[in-house]
Design a protein around this ligand. Sequence first.
Ligand code: MN
Length: 411
Amino acid sequence: MKSWIQYEATTHFPIQNIPFGIYTTPSKSKRVGCAIGNYILDLATLVADKYLEFPRPEVLLQDTLNDFIALGKDTTSKFRLDIQHLLHIDNHKLQSNSNKVSYLDSMSEATMYMPVSVKDYTDFYSSIDHATNVGKMFRDPENALLPNWRHLPVGYHGRASSIVVSGTEVHRPKGQSMPKGATTPIFGPSQRLDFELEVAFIVGKPTNLGESVSVKNAYDHIFGLVLFNDLSARDIQAWEYVPLGPFLAKNFASVISPWVVTLEALAPFSVPQEPQSPEVLDYLKYEGNYNFDINLEVIISNAKLKQSIVQSNFKFMYWSMAQQLAHHTVNGCNLNVGDMMASGTISGPEPHQFGSMLELAWQGTKPLKMNDGTERTFLLDHDVCTLIGYAQADGFRIGFGECTTKILPAT
Ligand code: MN
């Protein structure tokens, strides 16, 4: 499939992708757009001028994608296919319009916003290599995984209000911690600020209280995916999380990529999971390929430095998104459009595939050597942390773009 719009083979946004997001330009108010090459397609104006048909045009001029997504996949999937058709090299309807640039906004002049209003946020813990690494560090190297881990996708309910879009700068959080060997806690800026490389899915179809979603039907309830950086203050976390789990160590900010990549765009990249052992309970059993082969990378940069420190892959997940959603709803917990559920840190078996500084520098004991001569055990002030993700096909990529944040000193 080729488009009449010019772009490089390495673009994250070829005609095969068509992800949705919310943007403005200096002359246009907030609206729904889709990414194509280095442009954003102004969908509301294309519908107003009859280049595209859409049953609820006012939805395309809203501040978030929630109402767009809530129309359901019958509507949004058809719209996405119509957009692909309009951009196809054999289609001259828009291509032959001498004023077609008025529908194509340059990405470099646009501002991106939170794509959805997040209703509820859940973070899972579904990478076996990550859970094993953390278990070895904090528990028992011989029994790194807790007894429940291979029987259910462990998760916790997080905070939706502090999920922010890529480009948002984040101040180093302050809080309580208990220094090694101390007997009373101290208060101050976190000394162990970390990223977590994750992918999150956005719920597109609600359920009623009491209803459950099966593994088989789970992907009907998922609209699309974003990259997710679950920023974590390890020193605050180590002191506060017993016995109830993550709290202020994680709720100060999480950062997502602005383009929501649809499940339809990612379907060609589905791959089998590693076989689960022991066998899981019936409601978690699956047939087919529910994981996705998506390359994931983390880059640390500042004025003097730009260095890739993680090369992982979404396919390393032990529990699939379908199993996560089936487990989340098996007790009757209801879903809302705009719910966000993150994977948990995605680590692979090799050290360069570890998805957090905690693991890369092994709790501060193996500092990372950086290209500018400095070392890192955790994030420093003024570091820019960028997550990148894309699935590679023969001749094109389905990408997420960037999920980036700069760490500012504590206030
Ligand atoms: Mn996490």
